[in-house]
Design a protein around this ligand. Structure first.
Ligand code: MBD
Ligand code: FE
Length: 281
């Protein structure tokens, strides 16, 4: 028998929690007046839920046990990014003129391999999934092409799993950074990702099952685009007609972010163009 390690909520959750804590260390601290305003209103919203639904002690205790389990499973990054980040993202990007943003989610890792202006994402031999060439141009809102912009790219594989979070996948699989050429152009060859299912064996999956919701995100590509002197944009791209494009559990699909790839001339895969437009810093 081969020693196949299957993904569990606890292993991917522990990795996501550890990664997040490393990156969060550098975050700015929030002043007392702001903490007071936000924490008071957040608690008041929960108090209103208790009154509105006449929450019982059994329900309160189930909630308490569940919150403890979210932490034990390492699923705070997953839970918060699926159910709360979309509103934070809308507030953060409300005044942008350029490409619309979407949530980052729990699975970004800094420092992916550099690909130049045209390249193929790191992949296993015979990586499953339909080949996809994704290309485009990075421009300023004024229309000026932005040479030397970085298009940082990460995605799930054909099983809906992310390298560095699910076991047994090479470290940088389906993660890479392209740098735009003198005309602001880039081209990345990858595979069409699969839809992503929230792990069913963890606390987040338990809530979803208990509430009778579905656990799916549509197939998506994650991208961060940056260029000196411009605001970094974090976004995601989806596929027209894909499953769950209309009912993403993470509420992160926007009309402007839906791709419609066409078959390549030789029929071996598909290709799609998407241009990114950056706001000045
Ligand atoms: C994902 O792949 C993702 O992109 C988000 C936002 C949340 C959970 C899993
Ligand atoms: Fe994702």
């Amino acid at each position: 028998m081969t020693d196949v390690v299957s993904p569990t909520a606890a292993t991917s959750g522990a990795s996501a929690t550890e990664r997040f804590q490393e990156r969060a260390k550098a975050a700015a601290t929030t002043g007392a007046a702001r903490v007071n305003a936000i924490a008071s209103d957040a608690l008041a919203a929960l108090h209103e839920v208790v009154r509105k639904h006449q929450v019982t002690y059994d329900e309160y205790n189930a909630f308490k046990a569940w919150l403890i389990r979210v932490g034990e499973d390492g699923e705070w990054p997953l839970f918060l990014d699926v159910f709360l980040e979309h509103e934070v993202e809308k507030v953060a990007n409300a005044t942008r003129q350029g490409t619309v943003g979407s949530i980052e989610g729990p699975y970004y890792v800094e420092g992916a391999p550099e690909l130049g202006s045209e390249g193929t994402l790191p992949m296993r031999d015979g990586e499953a999934g339909r080949p996809l060439r994704f290309f485009g141009q990075v421009r300023a809102v004024t229309g000026e092409p932005l040479a030397g912009s970085v298009v940082d790219f990460w995605q799930a594989d054909d099983d809906g799993l992310y390298s560095q979070f699910a076991p047994g996948i090479p470290e940088w699989n389906l993660r890479g950074r392209a740098t735009t050429d003198a005309e602001g152009n880039f081209s990345i060859t990858t595979i069409h990702p699969a839809p992503y299912q929230i792990p069913t064996d963890g606390a987040t999956g338990a809530l979803i099952a208990a509430a009778g919701w579905h656990a799916w995100r549509p197939a998506h590509l994650h991208i961060k685009v940056s260029s000196p002197g411009y605001q970094l944009i974090t976004t995601q791209l989806y596929f027209d007609g894909g499953e769950h494009v209309a009912d993403d559990i993470a509420t992160a699909v926007k009309d402007d972010l839906i791709l419609a790839p066409t078959p390549t001339d030789d029929g071996s895969g598909e290709q799609v163009r998407y241009d990114f437009v950056l706001d000045p810093a």
